[in-house]
Design a protein around this ligand. Structure first.
Ligand SMILES: Nc1nc2c(c(=O)[nH]1)N[C@H]1C(S)=C(S)[C@@H](COP(=O)(O)O)O[C@H]1N2
Ligand SMILES: [Mo]
Length: 229
């Protein structure tokens, strides 16, 4: 990566951080000691799972039944909409961004939770910084190549544990679970994380995704039992 480009990423991250700091402090975060967050640290001294959830050791597969075949060579991620520099990233370019590891919980609104899943991938905030969301950007529409969509606010999308993951449980992400690359939103129900991610569309106004149009909560906080609207 050129120095020029890196400067732009850093500057964009700083700008985003400043814009969203206050709003983030007022919502569940990884750094919360309790009770709204996720992961082992936040579960310390708390009920093991959010209200209405049951722990599963297995990892069920949930989607709309279409499982697109995307090889790493075919993978493209479009970042467009309300951004200064629309971008299309290849798998290689995604791997050239900072790689992070995180362990987080996976809560499906259908009431199962898989705890302590080790993930590896790239922060959505780093990917967005490449494109530079405009000042009036507020939300993100996440598209899967099966045609699935789901919306999240930028406040949520920019959190540290929101990843575009290519590795789970130490293995390349399986096609069933959205491989080669999916999004995860550990502090929100898992439907907010699009499998087979192919497009991050930056929005200047909220718009409902597939399930949100169909009565799921627009926000989806598991620890608030915020399932349906
Ligand atoms: N592209 C796409 N992403 C999706 C879905 C989908 O149907 N298509 N289903 C969502 C739902 S409801 C859940 S619970 C999780 C399930 O992920 P898993 O199949 O890896 O358990 O993916 C989410 N992401
Ligand atoms: Mo789900």
């Amino acid at each position: 990566m050129s120095e020029d480009k890196q400067d732009r990423i850093v500057a964009a991250r700083m700008k985003l951080m400043a814009r969203f700091k206050q709003a983030q402090a007022a919502t569940p975060s990884v750094a919360d000691a309790a009770p709204m967050g996720t992961g082992p640290e936040n579960r310390h001294g708390m009920p093991a799972v959010p209200p209405g959830q049951t722990v599963t050791e297995k990892w069920p597969v949930l989607d709309l039944g279409i499982k697109p075949d995307v090889s790493p060579a075919q993978f493209r991620l479009v970042v467009d909409g309300a951004v200064e520099h629309p971008a299309t990233l290849t798998y290689e370019q995604l791997l050239a961004l900072p790689q992070v590891e995180d362990v987080s919980d996976f809560h499906c609104v259908t009431t199962w939770s898989k705890l302590d899943v080790p993930w590896r991938g790239v922060r959505v905030s780093d990917v967005l910084a490449v494109a530079g969301p405009r000042d009036d950007a507020t939300h993100l529409m996440c598209h899967g190549s099966d045609g699935y969509t789901t919306n999240v606010s930028l406040v949520e999308a920019l959190k540290d544990d929101v990843l575009l993951a290519h590795t789970a449980l130490g293995q390349p992400l399986e096609k069933d679970h959205g491989g080669p690359v999916r999004m995860i939103t550990p502090q929100l129900y898992a439907w907010k994380g699009a499998k087979w991610i192919c497009r991050l569309e930056v929005l200047t106004a909220d718009r409902r995704g597939f399930w949100e149009e169909r009565g799921y909560s627009n926000t989806g906080y598991p620890w608030r039992n915020d399932r349906y609207s």
